[in-house]
Design a binder for this molecule. Structure first.
Ligand code: PMP
Ligand code: GLU
Length: 399
């Protein structure tokens, strides 16, 4: 091989990864954070993470774990004591029983979803996702060799897909449905009757449900979270339940998520994780176990939830009456998904110009499959919310 041929051969890197879109949420958030760090007066309404600090007692649990010497490899699937704590949590909060052998702890719920798709899918399979979707779902489906099939919803249907919509998207190749309630980015919530109808369709067609319940603890207006896995033993066997501590306990940087599923699935993921990442951080696991088993943290979650609700209401009020931007009222999570079609701009153009002109960071809806919307996070102080909306309103008068 001559030198030129050798260089060309070396340049031929992974086609699959070359097509992958980097996460816009992480990219824009980190750009805005670095602008703020270099002294720019940025209002960040982009972040998909709680602004509250991790509770002090959780931090102390991590320090204690270090001092006890819990600084070595743990079982690849997570410590038995953490998996027991998760098993108890799922029974207590969600009314569904999984043994510790049916639970796998990973580097965040994102990693759990990736593992689930790798375990469920074969090349040529289809996975149904509901628009507007968390932007990592289609990319992770593609990485598993499967094809994402998008079910379109609208603000007028509450950004929820009906069982009928899902039925129409199912083909002989459909392996799974990804369900996210409360939803990122819309804040839509599927209630028990919605889930019952969807579960019936999935069971009739042998379709698994990956149920992403990461925003379970951030819900408003008295609506209760309900897990599709708890509907029936059959539903449980066809569900991969995903959750984690990032959003509930303000622990995004600690990277602990988990999934619970029948052993047919967890035994595959156990081998996969042992050959790819090994265990998630031992110290973070100890901290997550403390968080999940400490009843005194319940009061803190309640306080945070009340604060998020206050911020949601404030942001909705501040935007009310502005004809150029129409927020969709979220029942959970901490995002306001806003229709910007009256501005005539695409979501990327809107977010790009807003950051450039007014130094307000929001996430374009395009990567979530909805280009006439932008996503604004209210996981920030009331002061920042007021300042951000002020700047947006002023700017919208000019554009
Ligand atoms: N699912 C949804 C819908 C999310 O918004 C996020 C964002 N962090 C995750 C999963 C992943 O969370 P993590 O990996 O931090 O546990
Ligand atoms: N999930 C959050 C968001 O949507 C955090 C960033 C990410 O993991 O994509 O903004």
């Amino acid at each position: 091989m001559n030198k030129e041929e050798a260089v060309n051969k070396g340049a031929n890197l992974s086609g699959l990864l070359s097509l992958l879109k980097p996460s816009a949420t992480l990219e824009i958030t980190s750009k805005a954070k670095s602008m703020a760090a270099s002294g720019e007066d940025v209002v960040i309404l982009a972040a998909g993470e709680p602004d509250f600090d991790t509770p002090q007692s959780v931090k102390q649990a991590a320090v204690d774990a270090i001092n006890r010497g819990e600084t070595k490899y743990t079982p690849a699937v997570g410590t038995l004591s953490l998996r027991k704590a998760i098993s108890e949590k799922l029974k207590k909060d969600n009314g569904v029983e999984y043994s510790p052998g049916e639970i796998i702890v990973s580097n965040g719920a994102k990693h759990s979803i990736y593992n689930a798709l790798q375990a469920l899918c074969n090349p040529g399979d289809e996975v149904v996702i509901i628009h507007p979707y968390w932007l990592s779902y289609p990319e992770m489906v593609t990485l598993a060799g499967a094809t994402p099939v998008v079910v379109k919803t609208s603000a007028s249907s509450g950004f929820k897909a009906s069982a009928e919509d899902i039925k129409n998207a199912i083909t002989g190749k459909t392996k799974a449905l990804i369900l996210n309630s409360p939803s990122n980015p819309s804040g839509a919530v599927y209630e028990k009757q919605d889930l019952k109808a969807i579960s019936d369709i999935c069971l009739d067609n042998g379709v698994y449900v990956i149920s992403d319940e990461i925003y379970e603890k951030i819900m408003f207006d008295g609506i209760e979270h309900f897990s599709i896995a708890s509907l029936s033993p059959e539903a449980r066997d066809m569900t991969v339940l995903v959750n984690g501590v990032s959003k509930s306990y303000s622990m995004t940087g600690w990277r602990i998520g988990y999934l619970a599923a029948d052993t047919r699935i967890t035994s595959l993921i156990s081998g996969f994780q042992s050959q790819t990442t090994s265990n998630p951080c031992s110290i973070s696991q100890a901290a997550a176990e403390f968080a999940l088993t400490s009843p005194e943290l319940e009061a803190e979650l309640e306080k945070n939830r009340a604060e998020y609700k206050k911020r949601r209401d404030e942001m909705m009020n501040l935007l009310a009456g502005n004809e150029k931007i129409q927020p969709f009222k979220p029942l959970g999570a901490f995002y306001l998904f806003c229709d910007i079609s009256a501005t005539g701009m695409s979501s990327v153009e809107f977010a790009g110009k807003l950051l450039r002109d007014e130094k307000v960071a929001v996430i374009p809806g395009g990567p979530f499959g909805e280009d006439s919307f932008v996503r604004m996070s209210f996981a920030t102080s009331l002061e920042k919310i007021n300042e951000g909306v002020d700047r947006i309103s002023r700017w919208l008068e000019k554009v």
